[in-house]
Design a protein around this ligand. Structure first.
Ligand code: C5P
Ligand code: MG
Length: 166
């Protein structure tokens, strides 16, 4: 017997001067970054929530409250790895991750494979199980006006039941 689960994740962060732009654990050269308590890696946060969601394990803020000084400036890959371990403890394995970053600029496509590699390494997955896509918001709304970045993610988990009931 096996069970397939899917989870959805979404996140947003304000853009801010004098902050690094970190997406999928990769520092992207930029004249602005994203504001937040941790490193504000909006892509990694969305994927973390998708993993937690698929396993019905709550959300990122429950496991890593932004009021906790331990997570100030934290590398969000730590959150991602922790969510994966929690899901594994429930018997789940990640099948695949798909994601989208919505950011007006800079162009991100040249960093796609670096982000995929970093995320795949953190999750212990083959590269072809991790997808990262990019979109602008066509200059409309807070993302389109360059005031924020958003990310969406979906994750599929598989639980193989070692002890099938009759
Ligand atoms: O949003 P739009 O459809 O105009 O994006 C066109 C392409 O530009 C996307 O498919 C993506 O590959 C790329 N892109 C990018 N960096 C962004 C936004 C979009 O590389 N910040
Ligand atoms: Mg976040």
């Amino acid at each position: 017997m096996s069970e397939i689960r899917t989870g959805i994740g979404w996140d947003a962060h304000r853009t801010a001067p004098n902050r690094p732009l970190i997406l999928g654990g990769v520092v992207v050269p930029s004249d602005f970054g994203l504001d937040g308590h941790s490193d504000a890696d909006v892509l990694t946060h969305a994927i973390t929530d998708a993993i937690l969601g698929a396993a019905a394990l709550g959300d990122i803020g429950m496991h890593f409250p932004d009021t906790d000084p331990r997570w100030r400036g934290c590398d969000s890959i730590v959150f991602l790895t922790h969510a994966k371990e929690l899901a594994e403890q429930q018997g789940y394995r990640i099948v695949n991750v798909d994601s989208t970053v919505i950011l007006e600029r800079p162009k991100l496509k040249d960093f796609r494979d670096a982000m995929r590699s970093r995320l795949a390494d953190a999750l212990g997955l083959e590269l072809d199980r991790v997808s990262v896509k990019f979109k602008t918001a066509e200059k409309v709304g807070p993302v389109g006006e360059g005031r924020s970045a958003e990310s969406q993610a979906i994750v599929t988990l598989l639980r193989v039941n070692q002890d099938p009931r009759p």
